[in-house]
Design a protein around this ligand. Structure first.
Ligand code: SF4
Length: 82
């Protein structure tokens, strides 16, 4: 399952440099995660880095993008090959 950012985001920018997939960017109101790029850090790290650094805990599982660890690993490999 990918991650999404909720309305609690304070636009602090802390998560952007720590995302190994460069999946996070500034949105219209809050920061956003590109579900095509988010692997929950599978392939890079043991846990999602945005979750570790976000001061308000607003990087949560995205119910609209349910993916297994195997699917996230396959996405990681596809992104690496691109
Ligand atoms: Fe928003 Fe959290 Fe990222 Fe800061 S670290 S920009 S509060 S999602």
């Amino acid at each position: 399952m990918g991650r999404m950012i909720t309305a609690e985001c304070t636009n602090c920018d802390a998560c952007v440099p720590d995302c190994p997939n460069e999946a996070i960017s500034e949105g219209d109101d809050i920061y956003v995660i590109d579900s095509n790029l988010c692997t929950e850090c599978v392939g890079h790290e043991d846990e999602p880095q945005c979750v570790l650094v976000c001061p308000v805990d607003c990087c949560v599982p995205d119910p609209d993008h349910e993916e297994t660890k195997e699917q996230l690993q396959a996405k990681y490999e596809t992104l690496q090959a691109a």
